[in-house]
Design a protein around this ligand. Structure first.
Ligand code: CA
Ligand code: CA
Ligand code: CA
Length: 330
């Protein structure tokens, strides 16, 4: 009897929860669509005495009619060469490189601007020394809709920075692009970031790796063992490995590479350990890495056949196939 009463009540509870859930989903949808207008200037990187262009954007507007925006900068670090190329029909800017400010106004002819609007391209020249920075601070004096009502558009500000410094360039290699499963066999992945560089000669002070499996590490050369592979039902998915390098001025750059982690003994990458894998090891028997640093660059099949990642295809790789004969990834 108790059971019957409980059963009768359950549909009402289910309807209540469904309604609450739908309300929550529609709230999320509304919040996502009601994103705000933002006036922003992106970071810019210059060498001493050279110029670079960045842009002031007014993002996510509708019926924008006029804008009056100021930009403040450190005139001992950068000067402004020009402020131009606006999406507005009428545009004018007054640059003052002695105080470090520019005041610019744009006006639309009446039909309004929509979406992401370019207020202006700003051309900067570095007048300071390598390593110096200048804030690029925006203030909004007027931002209003087209038409006679003078309706103000509320907006957030996203300031930028001018760096007299170029960011480093991250370059990542995985010595072995295949196999890489390291839980039960000596099959470490070796990652190498030593080709990364800084275009203006700064020291690279940080090499940070994210191996894509929840683990991370530091250093220009690093080993990592994956403890499992990602089988999606029809094939392996590679791990995305990211390398972030920083120069001694704190500027960063990130590169992403993919590594293929297979079950032990699977040279072909089909998810099974069988005769086809033995064939690869047989055909590549005796092959060694030729490009140094445990690197199989340009030797794709030998890389596959080197199941324990020791840079030679030999009896140890054949033994891994033997020990895992018949295994599957699913
Ligand atoms: Ca640099
Ligand atoms: Ca296979
Ligand atoms: Ca080997």
């Amino acid at each position: 009897m108790k059971n019957d009463m409980w059963k009768k009540k359950r549909p009402g509870v289910a309807v209540l929860y469904t309604t609450l859930f739908l309300l929550f989903v529609s709230f999320l949808t509304l919040s996502a669509s009601a994103s705000e207008t933002t006036v922003s200037i992106s970071d810019t990187f210059l060498k001493p005495d050279e110029t670079a262009v960045t842009s002031i954007m007014i993002k996510n507007v509708s019926y924008l009619g006029a804008a009056d925006i100021s930009l403040a900068f450190d005139p001992s670090v950068v000067h402004l060469v020009s402020v131009a190329n606006s999406d507005f029909d009428l545009f004018d800017a007054v640059i003052d490189n002695s105080t470090g400010s520019v005041k610019a106004v744009g006006a639309d002819f009446g039909d309004g601007l929509y979406g992401d609007v370019k207020f202006a391209d700003v051309t900067l020249k570095a007048v300071g020394n390598h390593g110096e920075i200048s804030a690029l601070n925006i203030s909004i004096n007027v931002l209003k809709e087209a038409g006679p009502d003078e309706t103000t558009i509320p907006a957030a500000v996203d300031n930028g920075t001018a760096f007299i410094n170029l960011p480093p360039v991250a370059i990542a290699f995985s010595a072995h692009r295949y196999n890489n499963v390291g839980s039960s066999y000596p099959c470490q992945t070796i990652f190498n970031a030593s080709a990364s560089y800084d275009p203006d000669g700064d020291a690279i002070t940080n090499y940070t790796w994210d191996f894509g499996d929840g683990y991370s590490g530091e250093g220009p050369m690093i080993e990592h063992a994956y403890s499992n592979c990602k089988w999606n039902g029809t094939g392996y998915e590679p791990f995305n490995v990211s390398l972030t390098v920083k120069d001694d001025g704190g500027l960063a750059n990130t590169a992403i590479i993919q590594v293929n982690v297979y079950i032990a003994g699977d040279a072909t990458g089909d998810g099974r350990v069988n005769i086809l894998d033995a064939v690869i090891v047989g055909r590549e028997w005796g092959e060694k890495c030729t490009c140094g640093n445990f690197c199989w660059e340009g030797q794709d099949r030998a890389d596959r056949g080197d199941l324990n990642n020791d840079c030679i295809v030999n009896i140890l790789d054949a033994a891994i196939i033997g020990a895992n004969w018949g295994d599957v990834a699913w």
